[in-house]
Write a protein that binds this ligand. Structure first.
Ligand code: NDP
Length: 254
């Protein structure tokens, strides 16, 4: 296969949760540029409409659906609607995520549950729905957006670290189980990326510490996460499964 051909996503249908902003938007646009029809699933309809305009400007037959990934009853109907409108799902990107502060001495159970439900449980439930559709077709790609805190302890947001650590173990477990169905399951660890989630850090000493620790000497952009996602969504990664790709300017290795 020629180089551009192995990354070509023409005719593929991709779902990106939280695809209306930040890293998810960067990935959604990258997948569309590679040829995929993209369904963005997120809560804020204004942001959904904005990204839909950008996707359609790329000639992608895309849709955006209002979905709260913590609403378990809404997950299967949303995936069915995607399949009705765009066709069977080939690529699922579990990107929707939140980080809520609260160390172990203070955090309440409701906060803990909300983070785990958003970042981990929805990834499992949506992957299950997608994999059941992909398995009979013997083709599929699942990409989970993890975090440096998948590996590091986080004293101010242990729920976030636990959810992202769990996502890596879920990635590996699904990779082993679903390999027989030609479904590859991988994770991306973005380093520190400019987005609404990281905006509050700007101007604080912690921001400078991150820059100093990152060999690339800067935060990354959502667009810079798209290349790894296109790779993991395409034929180019057909023998890659259970892997974690770090898109972090070297943060993890220092
Ligand atoms: P943003 O806050 O910019 O984006 C989060 C996205 O998730 C939004 O599109 C939001 O849409 C969506 N979302 C949140 N909760 C829900 C929900 N209950 N249902 C549906 N969608 C939801 O953050 P980032 O782009 O930075 O983060 C994206 C992912 O990348 C997250 O999983 C995050 O943990 C991870 N990550 C980010 C890093 C960074 O440095 N930025 C580093 C490592 C990982 P809406 O509010 O409309 O629902």
């Amino acid at each position: 296969m020629a180089a551009p051909e192995m990354f070509n996503l023409d005719g593929r249908v991709a779902v990106v949760t939280g695809g209306n902003g930040g890293i998810g938007r960067g990935i959604a646009l990258g997948l569309a540029e590679a040829g995929a029809a993209v369904a963005v699933l997120a809560r804020n309809q204004d942001k959904n409409e904005a990204v839909l305009g950008e996707l359609r400007a790329l000639n992608s037959a895309s849709i955006a659906l209002k979905l709260d990934v913590t609403d378990r009853d809404a997950l299967a109907p949303a995936m069915s609607e995607v399949e009705r409108k765009l066709g069977p799902v080939d690529i699922l990107v579990n990107n929707a995520g939140i980080a809520l502060p609260g160390g172990v001495l203070k955090v309440d159970a409701a906060t803990w549950d909300r983070v785990i439900e958003t970042n981990l449980n929805s990834g499992f439930l949506l992957s299950q729905i997608a994999a059941r559709s992909m398995a009979p077709r013997k083709r599929g790609k699942i990409i989970n957006i993890a975090s440096e805190y998948s590996r590091f302890g986080n004293p101010i947001a242990p729920s976030y670290a636990a959810s992202k650590g769990g996502l890596i173990q879920l990635t590996k477990s699904m990779a082993v189980e679903l390999a027989a169905h030609n479904i590859q399951v991988n994770a991306i660890v973005p380093g520190w990326i400019e987005s609404e989630m990281t905006a509050p850090i700007k101007g604080r000493p912690f921001y400078d510490d991150i820059i100093k620790r990152t060999p690339a000497g800067r935060f990354g952009t959502p667009k810079e996460c798209a290349g790894a996602a296109v790779f993991l969504a395409s034929h180019a990664s057909d023998f890659v499964t259970g892997a974690t790709i770090f898109v972090d300017g070297g943060y993890a290795i220092r």
